[in-house]
Design a binder for this molecule. Structure first.
Ligand code: HXC
Length: 260
């Protein structure tokens, strides 16, 4: 499919990539951009040959936030009746792992978009922030909740209420990103594709179960989460890939996954 505000590609076997591409507006997340992003996500999620996704922007900006110019004249009745931002949550329903490769600005909705992904890799140039307080609002794309889960209450309060940006290094120290990659243009995307390739080389059915189980840690109580994990683990014994994976180990050979 040809899109106007994003690019899609297949950088490696089993890997789908979505690149936000509204460079003049630093990838500000307008409604038309989100409509395209959601369409591309759905397309990749339904494509059996894709087993992991990479979401990225440009070197200068992952995304500088929701489109302020689009939002500024909206009334309460518009945003309430129109369920403004509700469509943003589609990303969190995708079954396949999504790796955010963040370079440059990831502000407001851009930071929230990264937080919706399953893994965040950051370039040393990445700048994160929830600056909504500076324009008279608060995060509305899950920022207060996902950030608090990721880095704790005190830091989330300070960052959300002062609107100060934070660095890739801070994000790494606080556990918000899994790591900061080496410097260099395109390096973070290369690294993300590498991680996605490794994931794509595993049993897709086990990967999906793993993603669901980890997410349960953020949605359930500990006991519910443990029970959920155990049940998912048990259910994998109904798959071909469990038989294949364990037989291959015993027979000292490489497994051939059928993703079933
Ligand atoms: C609309 C934006 C934008 C945004 C940048 N642009 N961010 N347009 N919405 N969020 C546009 C600018 O208006 C400008 O357009 C062009 O992109 C380049 O930006 P500059 O400001 O000229 O670049 P620079 O001086 O380098 O500053 C970069 C910046 C700054 C620090 C990132 O653009 C900035 O502060 N942007 C807004 C960041 C922000 O507040 N984000 C949170 C938004 S609220 P022209 O036409 O002038 O060239 C939000 C709510 C989320 O996300 C809630 C729901 C999810």
């Amino acid at each position: 499919t040809q899109y106007q505000f994003i690019l899609t590609s297949r950088p490696a076997d089993g890997v789908g990539q979505i690149t936000l591409n509204r460079p003049k507006a630093l990838n500000a997340l307008s409604t038309p951009l989100f409509t395209e992003l959601n369409a591309a996500l759905k397309e990749f999620d339904e494509d059996e040959s894709v087993r992991a996704l990479v979401l990225t922007g440009s070197d200068r900006a992952f995304a500088a936030g929701a489109d302020i110019k689009e939002m500024k004249d909206k009334q309460f009745s518009d945003v309430f009746k129109g369920k403004f931002l509700e469509s943003w949550s589609l990303l969190s329903t995708i079954r396949k792992p999504i790796i955010a490769a963040v370079s440059g600005y990831a502000l407001g909705g851009g930071c929230e978009l990264a937080l919706m992904c399953d893994i965040i890799l950051a370039s040393p140039t990445a700048v994160f922030g929830q600056p909504e307080i500076n324009i008279g609002v608060i995060p509305g794309g899950g920022g207060t909740q996902r950030l608090a889960h990721a880095i704790g209450k005190s830091r989330t309060m300070e960052l959300t209420l002062t609107g100060r940006n934070w660095t890739a290094k801070e994000a790494e120290q606080w556990g918000m990103v899994s790591r900061v990659v080496a410097e260099g243009e395109g390096e973070v995307v290369k690294e993300a594709v590498q991680v996605a390739s490794v994931i794509a080389s595993k049993s897709a059915i086990a990967v999906q179960a793993g993603k669901e189980a980890v997410n349960a840690a953020y949605e359930h109580t500990l006991n519910e989460g443990l029970r959920y994990e155990r049940r998912l683990f048990h259910s994998l014994f109904a798959t071909h890939d469990q038989k294949e994976g364990m037989s291959a180990f015993a027979e000292k050979r490489k497994p051939t996954w059928t993703h079933s």
